[in-house]
Ligand binder design. Structure first.
Ligand code: ADP
Length: 496
């Protein structure tokens, strides 16, 4: 049996021991119970067969000779002979002559010397026996041992004015002694036989039971081993049917978690590779421009006009600025990605924060002739969130809105409270985003398809999405090319 692969040898030993103990206990109980009832049964049989023995004695033997002498005393000679005859034929019986109230008048098995106690037996079972005509199993007193009850036969006599009973103990002392010596041997033989059988049965039953008990366990161990060896698809089938449903379910859940974590790790790894590849590409463009203009200025420093010099310097400055922004974004994004930032949530006024941001961006908006304003400015909405992160998200969204909206356009930040949530909407009348690009704008570095990727873009929306994730919320975009875009997200309201 392959239990050694499934169960530890200690557990197998314990199971065997349990089986042996179980079988021994059941066997011993069986022997005890059958022994007890067998004894009762044979006693009842003996009593029934010998029911008329006492009657027979009176009818046969006392017809011709009275058991009493003329002076009223017991005819011991006659009675003695009679009893010896009977007891010689059946050594298991003891015959007693009693008076009406159960006092023993004579018996050859008792000591009738003057100083011995006169024994007596209870007449109730005798009367019961006579009334039932020997059909019932009744136990009576044993004159030789008052503590003990014995099967008997009894019959009343009425001879020469004397009344009483002939009381015959059917399983007398001799039978008891013989039986006691035999029973010892019987039980020791039975004990050895039963023990051998118990061991044999324990072996067979134990083997079969352990095989059945460990059948599912073996299947489960096999599955766990397959998983350990790298088969990540390995799961315990029908856990409800297995003997250890909790274990099966726990293993399946654990395997799902491990596989999920592995997938997550793989995708994070993949994302990092793509990010590095894309970012290095994005860094190269402004760097190349910077280098190109600086070289041109070095070579043509004498022939360039002041206006040209100014223009070249502006271009180098813009590209250096772009580079620095991208590096900052990258730094911020990687910190969010590595989950190094934990939001510190607190109640704050999103209305006030929006006012401040609008004021900050208004200079840029005015330069671009864009109408930037806040809706519902009169209401003060409180939210429960990380103020720094929410400010960063709003900044990125406003920057984008201003960047992609042409002059004379409109950018509106609206705040609306609905019971437990505050909805924030940044709407612009800008270029809009084609439907095909919309699913990718929040994690564009995941995109491998170069037809979707654009050159020189930062990580603004990817950072916004990470901030939303940290607040267990989502951001949605509604946009139509040439009509404009709306970026909408919700934060939990804080009720003062
Ligand atoms: P960046 O703006 O630096 O390219 P973002 O992650 O902020 O990077 O934006 C990703 C892309 O989503 C942008 O390249 C742009 O195509 C699109 N986008 C974002 N916001 C807007 C907007 N308000 N209007 C139109 N397009 C937008």
């Amino acid at each position: 049996m392959s239990t050694d692969k499934t169960l530890t040898p200690r557990l197998v030993k314990k199971l065997w021991l349990a089986f042996i103990i179980l079988i021994v206990v059941i066997g011993a109980s069986y022997i005890f119970i059958t022994g007890y009832f067998d004894n009762k049964h044979s006693e009842a049989t003996i009593q029934k067969i010998n029911a008329s023995l006492a009657n027979h004695l009176i009818e046969e033997k006392f017809q011709d000779a009275s058991p009493f002498l003329v002076d009223g005393s017991v005819n011991k000679a006659l009675f003695g002979d009679l009893m010896h005859d009977m007891m010689a034929v059946n050594r298991s019986i003891e015959v007693y002559l009693t008076d009406k109230s159960g006092h023993i008048l004579y018996s050859v098995v008792l000591d009738h010397s003057a100083d011995s106690d006169v024994k007596s037996v209870s007449t109730a079972p005798i009367k019961q026996f006579i009334a039932a005509k020997g059909e019932k199993y009744i136990l009576g007193d044993n004159p030789r041992n008052p503590e003990e009850k014995k099967i008997f036969s009894a019959a009343p006599y009425n001879i020469e004015g004397k009344e009483g009973y002939i009381y015959i103990i059917l399983a007398g002392q001799e039978l008891q002694q013989v039986s006691d010596t035999l029973i010892g041997r019987y039980y020791s033989n039975l004990g050895i036989g039963a023990s051998l059988l118990a061991i044999l049965f324990a072996g067979i039953v134990g083997f079969i039971s352990i095989w059945f008990l460990t059948k599912n366990l073996r299947l489960m161990t096999g599955t766990v081993r397959r998983f350990q060896e790298g088969d990540l698809e390995a799961r315990i089938e029908n856990p409800k049917n297995s003997d250890i449903e909790v274990f099966a379910n726990t293993f399946n859940e654990m395997a799902d978690t491990i596989v999920g974590n592995l997938d997550k790790m793989k995708s994070v790894d993949q994302l990092r590779r793509e990010l590095i590849a894309n970012v290095s590409h994005d860094l190269r463009t402004p760097l190349a421009i910077l280098k190109g203009y600086i070289e041109t200025m070095q070579m043509k420093k004498d022939s360039l006009t002041d206006t040209e010099k100014q223009e070249y310097l502006q271009i180098t400055y813009d590209n250096a600025d772009k580079l620095s922004k991208l590096i900052n974004q990258l730094f911020e994004y990687s910190k969010l990605e590595a989950e190094q930032i934990t939001p510190v949530k607190e109640p704050f006024s999103i209305t006030e924060l929006s006012h401040d941001l609008i004021a900050k961006f208004n200079v840029l908006a005015q330069q671009k002739e864009i109408d930037l304003h806040l809706n519902n400015a009169q209401e003060n909405c409180m939210v429960f969130a990380d103020i720094g992160l929410v400010e960063r998200a709003l900044q990125n969204l406003l920057e984008n809105a201003l960047k992609y909206t042409p002059p004379k356009g409109v950018v509106v930040l609206s705040i609306k409270q609905n019971n437990d949530q505050v909805e924030i909407n940044i709407r612009d009348t800008g270029t809009g985003i084609p439907l095909s690009e919309q699913p990718f704008i929040f994690d564009r570095y995941k995109q491998v398809d170069s037809s979707i990727k654009k050159q020189g873009h930062g990580l603004g929306l990817a950072i916004v999405k990470k901030i939303m994730d940290l607040h267990d919320t989502t951001i949605t975009v509604l946009s139509k090319p040439k009509e404009g875009s709306s970026f909408i997200f919700k934060l939990p309201a804080y009720h003062v």
